[in-house]
Design a protein. Sequence first.
Length: 264
Amino acid sequence: MPDYAFSPLTYALLLALVLVLSWRRLPRAIRTTGIALEVVLLIAMAPLGANLLVWSVESQAPSPQSCPLPTPSTVVVLSGGTSRPPRSAEDVSALDTSSLHRLFTGVALWRNTPDASLVIAGGGGRVPESVLLAGLAERMGVPRDVIEIERHSHTTWENALYTSHLSPAVPKRIWLVTSSLHMPRALGAFRAFGFQPCAWPSESLYEAFSPRVGYFLPQSSSLAKADRAIHELIGGIVYRALEWKHRRGDAKPPSATVAPSANP
């Protein structure tokens, strides 16, 4: 689904167009409702509304402190995309900030977890994102023989599916590293495939309330934040349906071939 389908700006513009073209023909109750909806959409594009949307998603994930003992000894990092197609497996400058945040957080957790292994999940185009991230992890001092990559996935659901098929098998108890906004959906996907994930979030998009005028006015940065939060809210609903189908055995596997992993 295209990004504009999740954007409050899309619906604000469409609603404004309908109101302008049909204003005289619309009953007063509908005009009032339309104006109220327009205000809500404008608020969603301001820091106030965008941060409320982000909080509604990020607050669904449990804290790392709630992870039951014994703590996992496997760290699974989910890639977060690239800003452009990488030219080679060494072109780590193609990684976007979300991927970098997740890897840096995962490597820091790996350093503080005795005898831990590091699994990096994420496909992409000609050069899988997990290959880029694994190479960067090596440059950061993670030994090659403790890194395992999953290179075939294109969605969070496939992250979990293909990680569950890696060989050697990934332990079911894992630290799952991804952004705070993405965490609830990722946890659900990995639970669906038998994992017992503990959340270890990287960056958070939430910003606390500020009594400044700009906090109540639409901003491009807040629009981008709202788009991402709405994407996760809708994605969460879709993934709950997938989990239900998976438990019933109705979910169809993706078309990509599951292949054994290979260390980078």
